[in-house]
Every structure is written in structure tokens, then in C-alpha cells.
Write a protein that binds this ligand. Structure first.
Ligand code: KIV
Ligand code: NA
Length: 263
């Protein structure tokens, strides 16, 4: 099938077709997810938890993400490949560009950064230098020690207003996509309606332009605590490919996320 591009994702959003994203860390799963028709693959820094066994994403390095990105790129054919910038690798625009360039050279077609207003200059700097950017707001796991745990975000009116403002700013600064994690479904709906770029939700309700899950969560193999927004798509399936196809189908027909997965 044809390579997925940013304009194609924007066209999907305009046509009301939901975008399916999964995290992916190796070539074999990349090939499987790609042939199932997932639109975008994310080499998430969640690999620190699901592959390396750390308690957070903070220990992940740029080398780790580059290694997994190169592996995923070798298995993938059509999906848009996004790579996470790890904690501490994008504190300044110039540092961000140097590290993003390593991920792009490893095969990423877009990089993802966690944060709001403080990233305005960095998003501009990257996008002016040919690095497409996916932003990430809400429960940004690199801030776990500031949040005091993996907790739902933007529950107060003030925090919701700030998040809406950040989302618009990130789009204006040049971001092509926005991940919204663990925020009230109503807020995610309002943010999605206020933007032209696609929003991708995880614990952010059914009204985002697309959805993402960590592959170990949707296959039910992560041994840690299961977040409210996770659904195990292996249930009722007899193969990993069946589970991935069930996930994509449920995203496309709007049956995932259901109310029990939302805040
Ligand atoms: O690292 C990751 O897997 C992510 C997604 C859950 C959005 O950032
Ligand atoms: Na991440």
C-alpha cells in the first residue's frame, strides 16, 4: 500500500476516518503492524518500561531510541514512522535538532516531544529545519516526578485552559500532530475541534482524530499496572495479527475507546 504522509493523515481527519497508531520497537512487529494497515508506528520511550523494565521512561537514551527506530524502519513499509525524543534530549532548540537528526537518520519521519509553552521555540526550530514534529500534552510521562505519579491531567478549569492554549501554540509553531494522554474526554474533543492537525488520543476519549496504545498493553503482556484506558485486544483472538486487526477495526469504527476507558 501507499506510504502514509502527513497530508494523507490530515485528509483522513477531514474525511472523518480515524487514524490508528501503535507503538513498535522491532522489525518483526513493524512488518506485522504495517501489513495490518496501521497508519503510524511510534517508537515510544515507553520502551524504557516495556522492553527495558525500568519504572519510568526517564532512563531511556537517544541511542536506545535510534537503535529501535532503525530496527522498526527495516520492518516497516508504509506506516509513518515517529520516534520519541527521550528525557533530557531537547532542553534547547539546538540540542533538540542535533538529537532529532540522529533519529531521522535512523529512519524516523517525525519526532515526538513532550510539553507545552516552553517548546514553542524548539518546535519552530525543528520544523524550519525539516524535522516534522508530533507534540504530546496531558499526562506526559517524562514529567512523572513533577506530577507525583501517572495521573489524569487537566482536571481543573485553569489547567484545561492552559492545555488548550498550548495545543494552539504548538500547531502555530509548526507541529503536524498532537498526542493527548490521560485527559478528560470533553477537553480532548474541544482541543481536537480547535485544531486542523490530527489529535491522537490515549485515555483522551473517542473524539480525537486517532488513537494510540502501547503494543504490550494491547496484547496483554505488560506485567505492570494496567491503566484505565488500556484494552487487551488479545481477548477473543487466537493470534497477535488478529489482535492488531481487532484494534485497528475498533479504532476505525469508533468502538474503542469505550466509556470505561475514558476520563
Ligand atoms: O512512549 C510512548 O509509548 C508514548 C505513547 C503512549 C503516546 O509516548
Ligand atoms: Na513516549
Amino acid at each position: 500500500s501507499k506510504a502514509v504522509t502527513v497530508p494523507a493523515l490530515i485528509a483522513m481527519r477531514q474525511a472523518g476516518e480515524k487514524i490508528a497508531m501503535l507503538t513498535c520497537y522491532d522489525a518483526s512487529f513493524a512488518a506485522l503492524m504495517d501489513r495490518c494497515g496501521v497508519e503510524t508506528l511510534l517508537v515510544g520511550d515507553s520502551l524504557g518500561m516495556v522492553c527495558q523494565g525500568h519504572a519510568s521512561t526517564l532512563p531511556v537514551t537517544i541511542q536506545d531510541i535510534a537503535y529501535h527506530t532503525a530496527s522498526v524502519a527495516r520492518g516497516n513499509r508504509s506506516a509513518l514512522l515517529i520516534a520519541d525524543m527521550p528525557f533530557g534530549t531537547y532542553a534547547t532548540p539546538q540540542q533538540a535538532f542535533e538529537n532529532a537528526a540522529r533519529l531521522m537518520q535512523a529512519g524516523a519521519q517525525m519526532v515526538k516531544l513532550e510539553g507545552g509553552i516552553w517548546l514553542e521555540d524548539t518546535v519552530q526550530y525543528l520544523t524550519q529545519r525539516a524535522v516534522p514534529v508530533c507534540a504530546h500534552l496531558g499526562l506526559t510521562p517524562q514529567s512523572v516526578h513533577q506530577f507525583g505519579g501517572f495521573k489524569v491531567q487537566a482536571k481543573t478549569q485553569e489547567a484545561a485552559r492552559q492545555l488548550k492554549h498550548d495545543a494552539l501554540m504548538l500547531q502555530t509553531a509548526g507541529a503536524s500532530m498532537l498526542v493527548l494522554e490521560a485527559i478528560p474526554a470533553q477537553l480532548a474533543k474541544e482541543v481536537t475541534e480547535s485544531l486542523t492537525i490530527p489529535t491522537i488520543g490515549i485515555g483522551a476519549g473517542p473524539d480525537c482524530a486517532g488513537q494510540v496504545l502501547v503494543m504490550h498493553d494491547m496484547l496483554g503482556v505488560f506485567p505492570g499496572r494496567k491503566a484505565r484506558f488500556v484494552r487487551n485486544f488479545m481477548e477473543g483472538q487466537t493470534s497477535v495479527e488478529g489482535a492488531v486487526r481487532a484494534y485497528i477495526g475498533a479504532v476505525k469504527d469508533g468502538s474503542f475507546p469505550a466509556p470505561e476507558h475514558c476520563f
